[in-house]
Design a protein around this ligand. Sequence first.
Ligand SMILES: [Zn+2]
Length: 271
Amino acid sequence: MIAAAVRVIQQSLIEEGFAPGKVDGQLGPDTYGAVAKALKARQSKLPADWQEWPNSRRAIAYLQCRCTEHAIETGDIDGYWGQQTDHAFDTLSHLLTTGEMPPPWRDDVPLDVNPNNWPDQKEAHLNQFFGQAGHNQTKLVLPYPHRLAWDLRQSVNSFSCNIKVRDSAQRILTKVFDHYGIERIRDLHLDRWGGCLNVRKMRGGSNWSMHSWGIAIDYDPDRNQLKWGRDRAVFARPEYDPWWRFWEEEGWVSLGRSRNYDWMHVQAARL
Ligand SMILES: [Zn+2]
């Protein structure tokens, strides 16, 4: 195992109070002893035979546990240093040194196109383009049924939105439906609708929310809470890349993808 990984293991053990000695990047009896204690505390998450594993394998298993506990995908806790563990370790060490998850290797830079010429967020520009807040609303008939995020028994087949965004949103959701199919849509909660038109001020601000014009839509708010970043928000995961691409191809803006908060929210206004 590389010394950097050993150091992360030792540092984590210290933080957990398992006393591996000093952080020197070298595996030895003190570190192994601390690893054994740390694994014992996690027995229920380990394969039954972990106590028979050699020390080096246990140390890797401990690192895999730490990754999992930081919501970093590592696969099975098996004590083997494979490709997935390697990637997970990189992610974990980035997180521990910077306090942030690394930008995913995949291309998650938002597409910068604006084919519908959505205006920026200035109130005057929004009023000019979309009409006064709360006006110019129409019904968006959904290509696949949604459910109210706050009452899943209630199915939604259409909702009110600004007339200028209706066709665009319909095209996007049709692509979503064609791409994912209804089962996957349900799995990924792409049908959990958190609202669109809502004439109100922005949370904690004096400006009108984009929802006031019916040009912003929220999805799956429970798992994409306002202040959550990509380490917690489910919509930051790679399986949502196509979802975001469809919105961005039409010039919509995800606050999650652009600003790393409010991952539930997508809007037809530029930042
Ligand atoms: Zn919103």
